[in-house]
Design a protein around this ligand. Structure first.
Ligand SMILES: C[S@@+](CC[C@H](N)C(=O)[O-])C[C@H]1O[C@@H](n2cnc3c(N)ncnc32)[C@H](O)[C@@H]1O
Length: 294
């Protein structure tokens, strides 16, 4: 039995994980399709029947406490012409919190510059908008906040989404996608020059290598290897991306531990070392294994 995602906040054992195990090189196989369909069930779970480990309502305060320490000031310093994208936004609570008077009271820094605040876009596979989302959107100028759903990040074009100064992903697509390198290259394409992508992964072998898989007899949740099976740490893979500066920070006290990533774009020719998916097992988040292409 394996405990799941948001042991960050709640440790939970997801029954579905016990139903089957996917093994290696499961590309177009029946096993892989089965895992994708289990994952889809988690995404589509209705209000009141959402698996306990699938957290969809984190606040902006949760984001600030979890992501890299400069995320809070990066958001506070955005001006009205800037844009923030939250990938895997769930109910969109982080964006709603940004638009409250309380946010301004607690973020005097950047207040004068912010004025009417940045525009914000939420992306989710499933529509988790709440009455509060609709109410807030209606009270703001049109398109000040937008919520896109039904498609994955990889399915959006630059023309549809545009570019953003700040992109966040707190246990959203970066943790859930089956195509990690495709996902990341797409995200970095949506990032403005000098913009920053803030994200994390749970239960990975950290840059320092001081942590072990959180659950006994289980692998790390996301693993990458070379063709000869030797390990490539996620942080090392990220640092091989061109045109970005990457910092990785292990938060060992979280249960499971998380490694938070700050990915800052410094030029436009971004190229992400391609990964081939070897294993994907549905969960909150899923267990994934990749091999570096060539
Ligand atoms: C566990 S919820 C996290 C919600 C929110 N970030 C929070 O912390 O409360 C995962 C979110 O990621 C979204 N998601 C998963 N894979 C995605 C992808 N490839 N593209 C866009 N959104 C994705 C899901 O639809 C959902 O909104």
């Amino acid at each position: 039995m394996k405990k799941t995602e948001t042991g960050i906040f709640v440790l939970f054992i997801l029954q579905i994980l016990c139903l089957g195990t996917a093994h290696s090189a499961d590309s177009p196989s029946a096993t892989f399709k089965e895992e994708l369909s289990k994952q889809e069930e988690i995404f589509r779970s209705k209000e009141g029947r959402v698996p306990e480990g699938y957290t969809i309502d984190r606040t902006l305060e949760d984001y600030a406490q979890t992501l890299s320490s400069d995320f809070d000031s990066a958001l506070a310093n955005l001006g009205p012409k800037d844009r923030w994208l939250d990938i895997g936004a769930g109910k969109g609570n982080a964006i709603l919190d940004y638009y409250t008077p309380d946010y301004d009271l607690n973020h005097l820094q950047g207040h004068a510059r912010r004025g009417e605040k940045a525009k914000a876009v939420a992306i989710s596979v499933e529509d988790r908008r709440t009455p509060l989302w609709h109410q807030t959107a209606a009270s703001l100028v049109p398109s000040q906040i937008q919520y896109f759903f039904e498609k994955r990040v990889r399915d959006y074009s630059l023309g549809e989404l545009g570019r953003f100064q700040v992109i966040t992903d707190l246990l959203g697509g970066f943790s859930y996608t089956d195509e990690l390198s495709v996902f990341l290259e797409k995200v970095l394409g949506f990032l403005e020059l000098k913009g920053t992508f803030y994200t994390l992964l749970q239960d990975v072998n950290s840059q320092e290598g001081t942590n072990r898989p959180f659950y006994a007899n289980s692998p790390y949740l996301t693993e990458i290897s070379n063709a000869d099976d030797s390990e490539v740490k996620v942080c090392v893979w990220l640092k091989r991306i061109t045109c970005v500066e990457v910092s990785c920070e292990l938060k060992a006290q979280w249960k499971p531990p998380i490694e938070v990533y700050r990915i800052h774009k410094v030029c436009d020719e971004v190229s992400v070392p391609a990964l081939v998916r070897m294993h994907y097992q549905a969960g909150t988040p899923p267990e994934r294994r990749y091999r570096l292409r060539n």
